[in-house]
Design a protein around this ligand. Structure first.
Ligand code: NAD
Ligand code: DAU
Length: 340
């Protein structure tokens, strides 16, 4: 695979991880042509790739992955690889209404798989998630563990994850699946914990913490995730495989809030306990021995460094998040949290 990716389709490239990946990829492989297919939902933001938009090797297509009439012509041009980031991604929104999650995350993946089967690709990378395992009860989850997703979001992603695998076993589609833990970094929509806490604090607003704040997540800096995906995209003889990606950097939500408060020099009484998330997973954690041993990947950015970089980015890019936090997002925020 190493040098054979000349044209790649990236879906959901205007979202948080997708835009970080497009930027990473175009810098590392300046001769590769990138097509970014994104519907521009509330989470898709053209501002995320303003610096890339005029690059002659970058093409943006506004469209929906559930629409075969949009998807098929892109594959017809001849693609070497696909990385499918496009998804509805927020657990809380999936609890409010699962329909769009099933449409995009499951059916949209099916539309892409059918196009890949019909027109052929050398590699199809499905961005799954560690949420598909459900609770990491005693030890971090391994790739062969049972999938027990607990939210409609996680169940939709698990459906897509196994659908991709079935296209490998049934049609020999050269697909690979990754299951990463919680990402943080620049360009994250401020509905997710770390970006929400940082941007709230920059406005001296309370920090909403669900339940008792003891739920744990494994936090990975987004660029480390991009590096892992680059390896998965280019490695030979891994078709049909699943790779966990994570940092072994587990913190509970209260510790995350306190870290950010301390780094910004704000008082801890801004922490505000709010009602718990339904079906709230106590602990997500993944074992990453496989990607380390088989592909030689390890995370490079430790949590403190990543957090400081992230805080600096939100401090320096207030225009980016204020634009979001004065639009429809605030309607969601007020209804969801009952906070000002
Ligand atoms: P995000 O919500 O920031 O971005 C999602 C993007 O997908 C947006 O640009 C949106 O416009 C686009 N999109 C949504 N529906 C679409 C459709 N029907 N057609 C085309 N585009 C559509 O998401 P993110 O946090 O960057 O996550 C990206 C992927 O990584 C998702 O598949 C998610 O499940 C997975 N993932 C995320 C994390 C995390 O911590 N954020 C961790 C592991 C896996
Ligand atoms: O594990 C990977 C997953 O990480 C991805 O697949 C999802 O797309 C991504 O959204 C993320 O899911 P989480 O539900 O873990 O992320 P979120 O930032 O929403 O929540 C992280 C933790 O913080 C979780 O325990 C819930 C808690 N939380 C979240 C919010 C938004 C709060 O306590 N308060 C909040 O306001």
């Amino acid at each position: 695979m190493s040098n054979s990716i000349k044209k790649i389709l990236i879906t959901g490239g205007l979202g948080f991880i997708g835009s970080n990946f497009v930027r990473y990829f175009i810098n590392k492989y300046p001769d590769c042509q990138i097509i970014n297919l994104d519907k521009i939902t509330y989470a898709g933001n053209p501002d995320n790739l303003l610096d890339i938009q005029d690059n002659p090797n970058y093409q943006f297509v506004k469209g929906d992955i559930t629409d075969a009439k949009t998807v098929n012509p892109l594959f017809e041009q001849g693609l070497d690889a696909v990385v499918n980031f496009a998804a509805e991604t927020h657990v809380d929104r999936s609890i409010d209404d699962a329909s769009q999650f099933i449409m995009t995350d499951v059916y949209g993946t099916y539309v892409l798989l059918e196009a890949a089967r019909k027109f052929g690709v050398k590699r199809f990378v499905q961005i799954s998630t560690d949420e598909v395992y459900g609770e990491a009860v005693a030890v971090p989850c391994k790739e062969a563990d049972t999938l027990m997703p607990k939210s409609p979001y996680a169940a939709s992603k698990a459906g897509a994850d196994r659908l991709v695998y079935s296209y490998y076993t049934t049609y020999n589609l050269p697909a690979v699946i990754t299951r990463c833990s919680n990402n943080f970094g620049a360009y994250q929509y401020p509905e997710k914990l770390i970006s929400l806490l940082i941007t709230n604090l920059l406005e001296d607003k309370p920090l909403p913490i669900y339940g008792d704040g003891k739920n744990k997540r494994d936090w990975i800096y987004v660029t480390d995730h991009c590096r892992a995906l680059d390896m998965v995209l280019h490695a030979d003889n891994i078709e049909g495989e699943v790779f966990n990606v994570g940092s072994q950097c587990e913190y509970d939500n209260l510790s995350i809030a306190k870290t950010i408060l301390d780094l910004l020099g704000k008082p801890h009484d801004l922490i505000t306990f709010v009602g718990d998330r339904a079906g709230h997973v106590k602990r997500h954690a993944v074992n990453t021995d496989k990607i380390k041993n088989e592909l030689g990947w390890t995370p490079e950015t430790d949590f403190q460094t990543g957090m400081q970089k992230t805080i600096n980015w939100y401090k320096e890019n207030t225009k980016w998040w204020r634009k979001i936090k004065t639009c429809e997002y605030m309607e969601y925020y007020r209804t969801h949290y009952n906070l000002k």
